[in-house]
Write a protein that binds this ligand. Structure first.
Ligand code: UGA
Length: 362
């Protein structure tokens, strides 16, 4: 595929990843984008760009209409970012989660297959499920083979049906299998990305300011720090995540687009194994960096408390204790590696939140 003058359709361009991807594509490449989303607040800077056409529409209501089909038919590739991906909804709105992440999405895959377009689909690291590491005590990890998540080898382990947390992971896994089935039967060109906790400016929302409900952990801790409420550690804050700076994530996505031969037919983890942190340690680090940025004494900042997951998320929530990606495949095939360490990623993100929301919440 040509690298110049690409024409790309992005479904779900108005979210956190889509907004940053648009900044990079429209700012650094000579590509055209048709973007679909219900929201435009994170893409406002691009609405007047003549390389960008914005459809403020719900793609799932347009699947039988020619508009979406025409856009896809006229493109070189389709990037699908549309999803409900907030854990607080997995156990409180499970039907909506399954509809958004499978039922609506599979029609889109059909349209891409019908037009024989390359689809770069954003799945989730949650397809690994509870992970093998949940079943053994931490002291027994002796080799990365016991805990590293490898795209083409690691089993995907879901919890019981009553634990609604797994609606999301299950729907996402089935969609990956649907894409693979289209590849097998209809020669659909695809790349699946499994993101592992991208952090950066414009992620999620601050409740009561630009959204309602419970956002993901970064915005929860930022809300607490800015509104001077306790930072809550769910079930003791033992869960571990690897944090990837959004700038590194975008470099990985551009590497996929620019290396179609290497990227097609592959599943990639995009994460940063060097930035692994427990949620308890994340809270401590964010508190310290927030003190540095605001000039407030750390002793004046809100305390860190523990809450049971049942009280925080409601019944049916379960967690994956450790998600450690193997990123060897992305390194080898895409020549990609993350560069931004955890404190730098947190510093630039927290500085953005303070500048953007500080005056609005205090
Ligand atoms: C979520 C999505 O489900 C994934 O699809 C997505 O890939 C991932 O975010 C991501 O950002 O990449 P998760 O990591 O569980 O997965 O999302 P968070 O809501 O950010 O939770 C991370 C951990 O922090 C969990 O253990 C959660 O219980 C904990 N948490 C959350 C707290 O301890 N305190 C809070 O205030 C909020």
């Amino acid at each position: 595929m040509k690298k110049e003058n690409l024409s790309i359709v992005i479904i779900g361009c108005g979210g956190f990843i889509g907004g940053h991807l648009l900044d990079a594509i429209l700012g650094q490449r000579d590509w055209r984008v048709v973007g679909w989303d219900l929201r435009d607040d994170k893409v406002k800077d691009h609405l007047c760009n003549d390389k960008f056409a914005f459809r403020k529409l719900d793609y799932s209501r347009e699947l039988n209409h020619s508009h979406l089909s025409d856009d896809i038919g006229g493109s070189d590739l389709v990037i699908n970012l549309a999803a409900i991906c907030n854990p607080s909804q997995y156990n409180t709105a499970p039907l909506q989660v399954i509809r958004s992440n499978f039922i609506e999405a599979y029609h889109l895959i059909d349209v891409c297959a019908a037009h024989r377009k390359w689809l770069i689909h954003f799945s989730t690291s949650e397809v690994y499920g509870r992970t093998l590491s949940s079943y053994v005590s931490p002291g027994t990890y002796s080799s990365p083979d016991h805990y590293e998540l490898r795209e083409d080898e690691t089993p995907l382990i879901m919890g019981p049906i009553a634990a609604q947390r797994w609606t999301y992971a299950c729907a996402k896994q089935l969609l990956e299998r649907y894409i693979m089935a289209h590849h097998y039967e209809n020669d659909l060109g695809f790349t699946i990305v499994r993101p592992l906790n991208f952090f950066g400016p414009r992620m999620d929302f601050i409740p009561g300011v630009d959204g309602e409900g419970v956002p993901r952990v970064l915005a929860c801790f930022m809300e607490a720090l800015m509104k001077e409420k306790p930072l809550k550690l769910v079930d003791g804050g033992h869960a571990r995540r690897t944090i990837l700076a959004i700038e590194d994530a975008i470099a990985g996505i551009l590497a996929i687009i620019e290396r179609p031969q290497a990227a097609r037919g592959q599943v990639f983890n995009l994460g940063n194994p060097d930035n692994e942190v427990s949620m308890a340690e994340l809270a401590r680090r964010m508190r310290k960096i927030f003190a540095d940025i605001t000039g407030r004494p750390i002793s004046s900042l809100p305390e860190i408390i523990e809450v049971p997951s049942r009280d925080f998320y409601g019944p049916g929530y379960e967690d994956c204790d450790r998600r450690m990606p193997n990123i060897g495949k992305a390194a080898q095939l895409l020549n990609w590696a993350p560069r931004i360490n955890l404190d730098d990623a947190l510093h630039r993100t927290i500085a953005y939140y303070w500048k953007h929301y500080g005056a609005l919440v205090s």
